[in-house]
Write a protein that binds this ligand. Structure first.
Ligand code: XMP
Length: 505
């Protein structure tokens, strides 16, 4: 495997994804928490950073730790190595940002084997390496960056100023392949089949005859995690699917049926009333999230106590949830407290088993495909844990839920019928507390305003509003107003994230 040390760059996770696309396993660790370099670690990549090596408290690492393995410094990582060895890192005259061409390339160097002259690379840096010590050899440059890549002559250490992990660096993946495969000698054997095989074997050993309880949500992560655990321990996996009264129209029965078809040992629990009672009168989004989270824990706790001798709690946690984020610009603020099943392990005193905690979302989908899970489940849009509870602005009642379910149903099935569902990352409807005047037949109406929301995104961190065809929006709007009692106006949300968020609450 490859160890990636994170110095706080926005691109660190991309490095990991590119390495994994080469079928090589890698892990990201914070620069100040370097794990023991066991023999399985074949190489180290130092990430970029928003900091300057000239800053007083610049993130730093002891390079002596990596004497035994090849090291590749990317951007800040390259500057750090040069700086530590007595090179000179200075502010660039102009911030070097964007596309550039490698106008000299040393093809004898293993890192740059078969990288084309004039290939496009992506620069994003405010500092530049102005001079390197005499035991450094410059192996590539661009017209404005003389030291675009270097090799330390007597060591297995390389530095590159550009970012091979972004797609704008056209041959970036080849360069990373040169490093991880040819220089570090990693076997490219980390494949979905191999992941399934070794994970199931590992789960069998870890769980033995123990029972595991797990909450399923109908989403991709919990479904794939449950399928892996089920493959390992069969009926000893007890799944629970809670109807919190905030699901989509017909979702509870449909999802329950598909879990049964998959052979999972699943129990559906109708807890709608408990949730509505807990939510009564609450209008603040965070208060609603907390009430939903707490009620969920109570319901799940009660249900799991009905199963004797449970030792483990299964969870669908994925890698981005466990990567320890490096904060080099002060602590980050909580924008929304996302409720998944946080708090459960503490309360239930169970050991936690999380078979997907080393995978990125797209890798979970690939593993799901390998496991033969229904593509309709794998292709589902993300849906927030608190469900329609954060799409009904203000307080929640059963009546409002059923209005929103109808609106959402028309929108989502319309997207499917028009072949648009897979083109957007997430879609849904929001029931606003606004009432507007309208006219239906000869009558004046005074009813609700709903907003439709659809976004394109790759990870939900940033998103653009989806440019859905006007004709489609027109059809959906008239369908909603004609069919859903209580709604007389439909608007479409054209805000991107940032500065807006995907959900309205
Ligand atoms: P925002 O609104 O923060 O949403 O742009 C980003 C993604 O997260 C989902 N989301 C949630 N998921 N619990 C969840 O499990 C929550 O409380 C929650 N709030 C937002 C949202 O649907 C989108 O996919």
């Amino acid at each position: 495997q490859i160890l990636i040390l994170d110095f706080g760059s926005q691109y660190t996770q991309l490095i990991a994804r590119r390495v994994r696309e080469l079928n090589v396993y890698c892990e990201i660790h914070p620069f100040n928490k370097v794990p023991d370099l066991h023999p399985g670690i074949k190489g180290v990549i130092l990430s970029g950073s928003p900091c300057s090596v000239r800053d007083k408290n610049a993130p730093d690492v002891n390079m002596d730790l990596f004497k035994q393995v090849p090291v590749l410094g990317v951007c800040y990582g390259a500057q750090l190595i040069a700086h530590q060895s007595g090179g000179q890192v200075l502010p660039s005259h102009a911030r070097e940002y964007g596309r550039a061409k490698l106008t000299t390339v040393d093809h004898h160097n293993n890192l740059l084997k078969e990288i084309s002259l004039d290939t496009q690379v992506w620069m994003s840096h405010a500092d530049t390496i102005a001079a390197v010590p005499s035991n450094f050899e410059v192996i590539a440059s661009t017209p404005s960056v003389a030291i675009a890549a270097y090799k330390v002559k007597d060591q297995n250490v390389w530095g590159i100023q550009f970012h091979p992990e972004v797609t704008h660096t056209v041959e970036g993946k080849n360069l990373l392949r040169n490093f991880v495969v040819h220089i570090c000698g990693c076997a490219q054997d980390w494949t979905p089949d191999q992941f399934v095989e070794s994970t199931v074997e590992g789960l069998k050993k870890k769980l033995g005859n123990d029972k595991v309880v797990m909450a399923l949500s109908g989403g991709v992560d919990s479904t794939v995690a449950a399928t892996l655990i089920h493959k390992a321990i069969g009926k000893n996996l007890h799944c629970i699917f809670v109807d919190n009264g905030l699901l989509r129209k017909n979702e509870f029965m449909q999802v329950l049926d598909s879990y049964k078809d998959m052979g999972l040992n699943i129990k559906g629990v109708d807890a709608k009333d408990k949730f509505y009672t807990a939510l009564k009168g609450l209008t603040d989004p965070e208060a609603k999230r907390k009430a939903i989270g707490k009620t969920f824990i109570d319901v799940f706790d009660e249900e799991s106590h009905k199963i004797s001798d449970v030792k483990w709690l299964g969870q669908g946690t994925i890698y981005p949830d466990v990567i320890e984020s490096v904060s080099v610009n002060g602590p980050s603020v909580t924008i929304k407290s996302h409720h998944n099943v946080g708090g459960l392990p503490d309360k239930m005193k169970l050991k936690v088993v999380e078979p997907l905690n080393t995978l990125f979302k797209d890798e979970v989908r690939v593993v799901g495909k390998t496991l033969g899970i229904d593509p309709a489940i794998l292709g589902r849009h993300p849906f927030p844990g608190p469900g329609l509870g954060i799409r009904i602005l203000g307080d929640i009642t059963a009546d409002k839920v059923s209005i929103l379910q109808e609106v959402d149903h028309i929108f989502i099935s319309g997207l499917r019928q028009h072949g648009l569902y897979d083109k957007v990352w997430q879609a849904g409807a929001i029931l606003t507390p606004l009432q507007a005047v309208g006219v239906m037949g000869d009558e004046r109406t005074y009813e609700r305003v709903v907003s439709l929301r659809a976004v394109t995104s790759t990870d939900g961190m940033t998103a653009d509003w989806a440019h859905l065809p006007y004709e489609f929006l027109a059809e959906i709007s008239s369908d909603i107003i004609n069919k859903v009692k209580g709604v007389n106006r439909v608007v479409y949300d054209i805000s991107s994230k940032p500065p807006a968020t995907i959900e309205w609450e």
